[in-house]
Design a protein around this ligand. Structure first.
Ligand code: ATP
Ligand code: MG
Length: 392
């Protein structure tokens, strides 16, 4: 079977100094994993670019979709391979333009020449001119437009061959998954936490999740929504393990024994404790939340201090300084938004106080909490956890 070439460019990985081979190796593994569903697909590095070859009958969109979802990939271009002969390059470029005229009604173009291989006799500007001339001769309906061409064709002459490509489809950038530790995301069904998980994973962090529910006050459908969200994330990160914990026994204790206006905060402190316990047991080094400064009562600066003070583990809040509209845009971009806005209840909305404290004092909260057997409640919740593996 004939193969089609895709050129994959890495972003920040290229800037790594001594560690570059390590990052390149992991990125290669990740791309290979992303295309392993195709029989006979291959990927390898050649002089700073990754060359991916898959059977030619596989739709371009499918291959590109898989490659751009790999963190560390800056862009992808479907490319045509040519021998290092300017006439042959011109012939193949013209053949490609003919195809674009038929399929897309292209009328104007520009060729940009690049010569990484300095031993190639024709210099960069001249490559553009000569290939452009051959295209004009072959494709009578086309004309050159240097400012706003319908198609900008790049001809890249490198050591091992020449490559003709048109688009650069942008990836998410970042660093390859698994190059930056392991974190536990507190995953609700809202808009924020999936985006927070995505952002940390994009920086190379492997992700595990914990979700709290208050069944039967929250429904099974609400949990299914969270699973659907994690499934979208798994499309970027591979299978994700999610710990599911029932918070209801703790919530009931809080409601019975503590001041009503502190309920949300006290519940959040338990979430953090339980998440940390599960994180430690599963070798995660950080907690991640979708909190955003000032978004709701439990996310004021004072409230964050109070929630943080129960854990030793660093708590990452990648959205902390973002505006909600920007978080929503990001959610749309990564494909979680439509699921997040489905109207299902969250355990935080069960027993919601009428007037939650917005400027809590740590001493007061600790005093309220002393009415509870904190450790026993945490232990019982952790012991009753369920674990599910969510595949892409
Ligand atoms: P989100 O949109 O992520 O639900 P939110 O704006 O609704 O966030 P909160 O409900 O206060 O804010 O939750 C803040 C953070 O606490 C969430 O981003 C998430 O990390 C964590 N969290 C909230 N509810 C749950 C839950 N049921 N299970 C696990 N983590 C949760
Ligand atoms: Mg929420």
């Amino acid at each position: 079977m004939e193969k089609k070439l895709y050129i994959v460019r890495c972003g920040e990985v290229a800037l790594k100094g001594m560690n570059k081979p390590y990052f390149e190796r992991i990125l290669l593994e990740r791309v290979r994993k992303a295309i392993e569903c195709y029989e006979d697909a291959e990927a390898r590095w050649i002089d700073g670019l990754m060359f991916v070859r898959v059977p030619a009958d596989i739709p371009e969109d499918d291959v590109i979709g898989r490659c751009v979802r790999v963190f560390g990939v800056a862009s992808v271009s479907p490319a045509i391979e040519a021998p290092k002969d300017i006439n042959e390059i011109g012939r193949l470029a013209a053949e490609y333009m003919m195809q674009l005229i038929e399929e897309e009604g292209v009328r104007t173009f520009k060729v940009k020449g690049k010569r990484a291989d300095k031993s190639f006799a024709v210099q960069s500007p001249e490559i553009g001119k000569q290939v452009g001339a051959i295209i004009l001769k072959t494709c009578k309906v086309l004309s050159v437009n240097v400012h706003e061409p319908d198609v900008l064709l790049t001809v890249d002459v490198r050591r091992e061959g020449a490559y003709i490509f048109r688009d650069k489809i942008k990836g998410f950038g970042g660093l390859p998954l698994g190059t930056n530790g392991r974190g536990m995301i507190l995953m609700s069904g809202g808009i924020d936490s999936p985006v927070a998980a995505f952002m940390m994973a994009k920086r190379g962090m492997s992700i595990e999740a914990v979700h709290f529910h208050s069944y039967p006050y929250t429904s099974q459908r609400a949990q299914k929504k969270v699973e659907d969200l994690v499934k979208v994330l798994a499309g970027y990160m591979g299978t994700i393990r999610m710990h599911v914990v029932n918070l209801l026994p703790i919530q009931e204790q809080i409601v019975q024994n503590c001041p009503e206006d502190e309920t949300t905060l006290l519940v959040r402190r338990f979430m953090m404790r339980i998440a940390e316990e599960i994180a430690v047991r599963n070798h995660n080094m950080m907690l991640i939340t979708g909190e955003d400064l000032g978004q709701v009562a439990s996310q004021t600066a004072e409230a964050l201090v109070v929630t943080d003070s129960v854990v030793k583990m660093p708590v990452m809040r990648p959205l902390i300084a973002m505006d909600k509209v920007d978080i929503m845009d990001k959610a749309r971009e990564i494909g979680t938004y439509d699921i997040s806005i489905q109207p299902y209840e969250d355990c935080c909305t069960v027993f919601l106080p009428k007037h939650p404290v917005t400027k809590p004092k740590l001493e007061r909260i600790e005093k309220s909490e002393s009415a509870l057997d904190v450790q026993a409640l945490v232990d019982a919740a952790v012991a009753a956890e369920e674990i599910i593996e969510i595949r892409p």
